[in-house]
Write a protein that binds this ligand. Structure first.
Ligand code: ZN
Length: 65
């Protein structure tokens, strides 16, 4: 199961830390990596498989209407 995170920036940082409020005793982080949102408006962390979905569509696309 991949965790899905909504972001507002085209570059996201992931170090594997849990985004949940609950803090487990065992750290399952990984080296910090910076992921770029691709044309599918998402990025996937190669370490933890976390999915980042870009939500700020208004600034990503040029309005056509
Ligand atoms: Zn990660």
């Amino acid at each position: 199961m991949s965790e899905v995170v909504e972001v507002n920036e085209k570059t996201v940082r992931c170090d594997g830390e849990s985004l949940c409020e609950e803090k487990s005793s065992s750290s399952q982080g990984h080296p910090a990596v910076y992921l770029k949102i691709n044309q599918d408006l998402r990025a996937e962390c190669p370490y933890c498989g976390r999915i980042f979905i870009y939500k700020n569509l208004s600034s990503f696309f040029i309005a056509t209407n």
